[in-house]
Design a protein around this ligand. Structure first.
Ligand code: NAP
Length: 301
């Protein structure tokens, strides 16, 4: 087993495969896959994420469009955009970039997306399908982690897995996917008592707490495989060009990398896999809408 679980490398390999699938099937489908991203407001981090997704779409041959809406847009305006994309024949996937500016009802807007175009897998129907083990779009971050674990031959059946974080975006779907892979899953959160005691039992520890440097040597053993989902921009200095940042995760990687069995880097671990799974979901939805069999179902948990 590699000690560094390299998401960037796997994401690049997946992009090559997706590009070939798109090139091979565009003629019979009559068009290329289409992805629409809705961005509300001017959050700079969201801007970087959206730009990265657009670049990735371009690399593999997905037609992507970004719908920028102002932070003071009314919910009706956003719903109007979602509805027109729901009805657009050349759009296979719709992604509402989160988080939304304060004051918006995220749940109501996510629910308005056609579940068959829900490439983020966050629609209530698709989360229900995940619980029931039925096919449907899966949330990109946990699905990307499952693909990374599978590619690196990390065993899951019968293993003790601890997931830190119980959000709808990451923690809960992650726990369900790991459970479906026959792991014994513990879901920890901010009210969990004696966290180091809990995490020390883990063969696999997935950390999605959104707290920089939360997890250190005291939380892991030599047998632990660590997946660090957190991503934080920490200001390190300010010069005439503005503030400089460094990226870090929820895990003190320097402290534990030489101790644990394997770890995902930040950046270059979960982040690129999240984008890769958005592409996989878009290609899957394109094939579904065009009446073709999915060529990517082996990549979906
Ligand atoms: P979130 O909605 O803020 O949820 C955080 C979860 O962590 C909550 O369930 C919370 O518990 C738990 N938590 C917080 N502090 C804790 C502590 N001290 N001990 C144990 N549990 C604690 O965050 P999220 O949306 O799931 O995202 C988590 C992190 O992943 C963020 O850093 C985010 O930026 C990152 N992320 C990265 C990617 C990527 O592609 N790399 C994608 C998505 C998210 P309670 O429920 O009790 O509050």
């Amino acid at each position: 087993m590699e000690s560094l679980l390299d998401g960037k490398k796997l994401a690049s390999a997946l992009e090559l495969r997706l590009k070939k699938d798109i090139d091979d099937f565009s003629d019979v489908a009559g068009r290329r896959p289409g992805l629409a991203v809705i961005r509300v407001g001017e959050d700079p981090a969201s801007g970087v994420y959206v730009a990265n997704k657009e670049k990735a779409c371009k690399r593999v041959g997905i037609d992507s469009s970004v719908h920028n809406l102002k932070a003071d847009s009314s919910p009706e305006e956003i719903l109007g955009t979602i509805n027109s994309l729901n009805n657009a024949l050349k759009i296979d996937g719709i992604l509402l970039q989160l988080p939304l500016p304060k004051g918006f009802d995220e749940k109501q807007l996510l629910k308005a997306i056609n579940p068959e175009k829900d490439v983020d897998g966050l629609h209530t129907l698709n989360l229900g399908r995940l619980i029931k083990g039925e096919e449907g779009p899966r949330s990109c971050t946990p699905a990307g982690i499952m693909a990374l674990l599978r590619y690196n031959n990390i065993p899951l059946e019968g293993k003790n897995v601890v997931v830190i974080g119980r959000s709808i975006l990451v923690g809960k779907p992650m726990a369900l996917m790991l459970q479906a892979a026959n792991a014994t899953v513990t879901l920890a959160h901010s009210k969990t008592l004696n966290l180091p005691e809990v995490t020390n039992q883990a063969d696999l520890l997935v950390v999605a707490a959104g707290k920089p440097n939360l997890i250190g040597s005291e939380h892991v053993s030599e047998k632990t495989v660590v997946v660090d989902v957190g991503i934080h921009r920490i200001p390190i200095s300010t010069d005439s060009m503005g503030k400089k940042f460094k990226l870090c995760g929820d895990v003190r990687a320097n402290e534990i990398a030489s101790k644990v069995r394997a770890i995902t880097p930040v950046p270059g671990g979960v982040g690129p896999m999240t984008v890769a799974m958005l592409l996989v979901n878009t290609v899957d939805r394109w094939q579904f809408h065009c009446g073709l069999s999915s060529t990517v179902s082996d990549l979906l948990p």
